[in-house]
Design a protein around this ligand. Structure first.
Ligand code: PMP
Ligand code: GLU
Length: 401
């Protein structure tokens, strides 16, 4: 008998996460015994600093075993409010903050809380894979704005302003950016903020998860610190990248209270409060020293220079120097239409799959980030692995004609 039921349309329409999909394939090949270098998932290769781990152990011993308040423990929300004031010049109280299961969960919560079916969400591209799919789940309409390669992949305020329509509800961007590593300057963010100020019904979600991995002299600037648009900005951040805590799953948003209340209401019905032990560890991460984060940044800085230098030696690759995060994002379109005699490389998906199958180097195709000419390489790996991966890529492309 044939099955007459199927998955919901919203799941059938959803793309699999390309970052996690490539990582799964890389793991499968490694399990078969291949020497895979996995530069697909964007994840620090460092361990969580000891003082944070100690706080988690203490939380277990102190009996934090029950459900936590939906929006997060009061001491964590206070620590986040203090961090926002200290690092970002953003003044919100604990009541404006909701803690969720990672920044990914936070982003999805905010979109579901604010966006009605048919309302437009402007996404600055290249963008992190999950943005467009989260908007799809909320039945919003994505409007992709392309940041040009020659403008370091950044969207201009003019482009942004021209895309606003009466249906525009939300704008989303990450700085430092995943996948490009680009950083919007204070001047650029103030110009974008000036556009937002002209449209009181438009909200802007600033994803600052790579805040501490910023190599510019100017450093990080938060658009949420601009007083005129304070009530229109939703600042999103977490512990995953700066503190090497990807598995702990703590993210947060800070925004006007009616938005925070909406997110809390949604979370109360869907997931409840976030993991209690991880929250107690996050208090220490937000209140504590950034010494370890600084050390990691030094390593990422060295590696971006190493990788970009090696990639620039590969014929046909065009590579910008990333100003933040831990990705290199070369334009590889020179190889589209070329073949090794067996496989024809039509696009970035073909290129990345061919590289994984032939050279056992896992990357992620730019197509999933709204940049079909590019490929993402995570530089969060050892220097030796990065050198070996670049050598394998260089040797592989030499066979393409
Ligand atoms: N935003 C961006 C730009 C990211 O790269 C990621 C990936 N970690 C996230 C959000 C999600 O972070 P988290 O691990 O805290 O869910
Ligand atoms: N942010 C990381 C990445 O882009 C983690 C994987 C994910 O959650 O998609 O690879």
């Amino acid at each position: 008998m044939s099955l007459t039921v199927s998955l919901a349309d919203r799941i059938n329409a959803l793309e699999e996460s390309a970052t996690l999909g490539m990582t799964k394939k890389a793991r499968e090949l490694a399990a078969q015994g291949h020497k895979v270098i996995s530069l697909s998932v964007g994840e620090p290769d460092f361990k969580t600093p000891k003082h944070i781990c100690d706080a988690a152990k203490k939380a277990i011993d102190d009996g934090f075993h029950g459900y936590s308040p939906v929006a997060g423990y009061p001491d964590l929300r206070k620590a986040i409010a203090d961090k926002l004031k200290r690092d970002n010049n953003i003044e919100w109280g604990p009541e404006n903050i909701v803690v969720s299961t990672g920044a990914k969960h936070t982003l999805a919560n905010v979109i579901a809380t604010l966006v009605n079916p048919g309302e437009e969400v402007l996404i600055f591209a290249p963008y992190w894979v999950s943005y467009s799919e989260m908007v799809k789940l909320a039945e919003g309409t994505t409007v992709i704005l392309d940041g040009a390669f020659d403008n370091n992949f950044k969207v201009t305020p003019e482009q942004f302003e021209a895309a606003i329509t009466p249906k525009t509800k939300l704008v989303m961007f990450a700085s430092p950016n995943n996948p490009t590593g680009s950083v919007y300057t204070e001047a650029e963010l103030r110009a974008i903020g000036a556009v937002v100020a002209k449209h009181p019904n438009v909200f802007i979600m600033a994803d600052e998860i790579y805040e501490y991995i910023n190599f510019t002299d100017e450093g990080h600037f938060s658009i949420g610190s601009i007083p005129e648009i304070k009530n229109q900005v939703i600042t999103v951040n977490g512990v995953a990248k700066g503190h090497a805590m990807t598995g702990w799953r703590i993210g947060f948003m800070a925004a006007a209270k009616w938005i925070a209340d909406g997110v809390e209401k949604l979370q109360g019905q869907v997931t409840s409060g976030t993991n209690s032990i991880a929250q107690k560890a996050a208090v220490v991460a937000f209140n504590g020293t950034l010494e370890e984060a600084e050390k990691m940044k030094v390593a990422y800085d060295r590696r971006r220079k190493l990788v970009v230098g090696l990639l620039r030696e590969i014929p046909g690759f065009k590579v910008n120097m990333p100003d933040g995060a831990f990705y290199a994002f070369p334009d590889i379109s020179y190889y589209f239409g070329k073949s090794d005699g067996i496989t024809l490389i039509k696009d970035s998906d073909d290129f990345c799959m061919w590289l994984l199958d032939g050279a056992f180097v896992a990357t992620v195709a730019g197509s999933s980030f709204g940049a079909p000419n590019c490929m993402r390489i995570s530089t969060a790996a050892s220097d030796e692995q990065l050198v070996e991966a670049c050598e394998r890529i260089k040797a592989s492309v030499a066979s393409l004609n």
